[in-house]
Ligand binder design. Structure first.
Ligand code: NAP
Length: 338
């Protein structure tokens, strides 16, 4: 090969490789780092932390060339896309700074604390021509995609109701989950998944009724009933103080689908369909977990960015703001009806 051909291949490789930075060194960042480094065409180049030692250790562990503060990492020309996994209340400001630095942005859920912050990021991403998405990994999970296809193709007839809950107690510690100033909330950490599932299956609700438990400004448990017109409804719950069976079911006129724990990263679902001879036929479909479960989302984000897209059709910014509005409405009702 001539030097020129080698150089052209190197340029082509560079153009089809996306260079990632991770902000925050918590548990989720380690899981994402493993999936980024396992992805073809992805390179983890940097990690940002408030603490230089933590950043250095994380970078060494995952093979990132750079470690530093948020400002240092955002200044790096070799970072294409930034993944933000910090406490909820910090997302808006960090995403803002990343967009201003000319980076594409993937933000952990919920993308922001409210719709106003999300609209601000939308405008900024439009101005900087950046890709912007909330890391709603559930929507990219192969089992979830197959479930959506099955339900949308009429597999259980007309969809009439959804039951979904995510109640897993968190240890009572000094983490951001119990800190109101940092946006600690079971609704934000867990309730966002049942709400997203319900909206995917039934559309936009016409009404939402919510009650729950709020302690020191933190929503620690909640249950919601959503109405979708014509008697269609969803019953949802989340809690970080007690167990609420973390499974889901989608019910229709011809049968129902059960999604076992953990429904937000399920590797199987079971259909129960009306059968004229046996009354019911049940069948379980199984799917492979890819990486730590984030790989399908990361691959989709990577492809969208390389294709020049500004958002992903499976989880648009309008999807994000629609669910944020429901989270806000739920939190407001819980505060008002205590
Ligand atoms: N998709 C999933 O499966 C999943 C699972 C868990 C959490 N999450 C989401 O991931 C995000 C982080 O949640 P988490 O429970 O990991 O939070 P966390 O442990 O409180 O914080 C994560 C990291 O953010 C940095 N950080 C902490 N406080 C900060 C502050 N005040 N300002 C800036 N950075 C700060 C810390 O890294 P440094 O000390 O290195 O700066 C910390 O390790 C949330 O949006 C959460 O909903 C998603």
């Amino acid at each position: 090969m001539t030097d020129r051909v080698v150089e052209e291949i190197a340029v082509a490789d560079r153009e089809s490789t996306l260079r990632w930075a991770i902000i925050g060194t918590g548990a989720i960042s380690h899981h994402i780092a493993q999936d980024v480094t396992g992805l073809i065409g992805a390179e983890l180049v940097a990690v940002a932390s408030r603490n230089a030692r933590r950043a250095g250790e994380f970078a060494r562990l995952h093979g990132a060339a750079h470690a530093g503060s948020l400002s240092e990492v955002l200044r790096l020309g070799e970072v294409d896309v930034v993944y933000i996994a910090t406490p909820h209340a910090t997302h808006h400001e960090i995403a803002r700074r990343a967009l201003m630095a000319g980076k594409h942005v993937l933000i952990e859920k919920p993308a922001t604390m409210d719709v106003a912050e999300a609209e601000d990021l939308r405008q900024l991403a439009q101005a900087t021509h950046a890709f912007l998405m909330e890391a709603m990994w559930m929507k990219f999970n192969p089992a979830y995609r197959a479930l959506i296809d099955f339900v949308q193709s009429g597999g259980i007839g007309a969809v009439r109701s959804v039951r979904a809950s995510f109640g897993l107690p968190f240890p009572r510690d000094d983490s951001s989950r119990w800190n109101a100033d940092l946006g600690g909330s079971a609704l934000f950490d867990q309730g966002i998944y049942p709400l997203t599932l319900a909206c995917d299956m039934l559309g936009a609700p016409t009404e939402i009724t919510a009650r729950g438990v709020r302690e020191a400004g933190v929503d620690i448990a909640q249950h919601m009933t959503l109405e979708f017109g014509d008697g269609r409804y969803a019953q949802l719950a989340s809690s970080m103080s007690e167990f609420v069976e973390p499974t889901a079911a989608v019910n229709g006129t011809d049968g129902w689908v059960e999604i076992p724990f953990p429904f937000w990263v399920a590797t199987e679902f079971t259909t129960h369909l009306a059968d004229p001879k046996t009354f019911l036929t049940s069948q379980t479909s199984q799917f492979e977990k890819q990486g730590n479960g984030y790989t399908p989302m990361l691959r989709a984000v990577q492809q969208a960015i390389l294709d020049g897209a500004r958002e992903h059709s499976l989880h648009t910014w309008n999807d994000t703001t629609a669910v944020l509005a429901l989270l806000q409405s739920t939190a407001t009702q819980i505060t008002q009806n205590r």
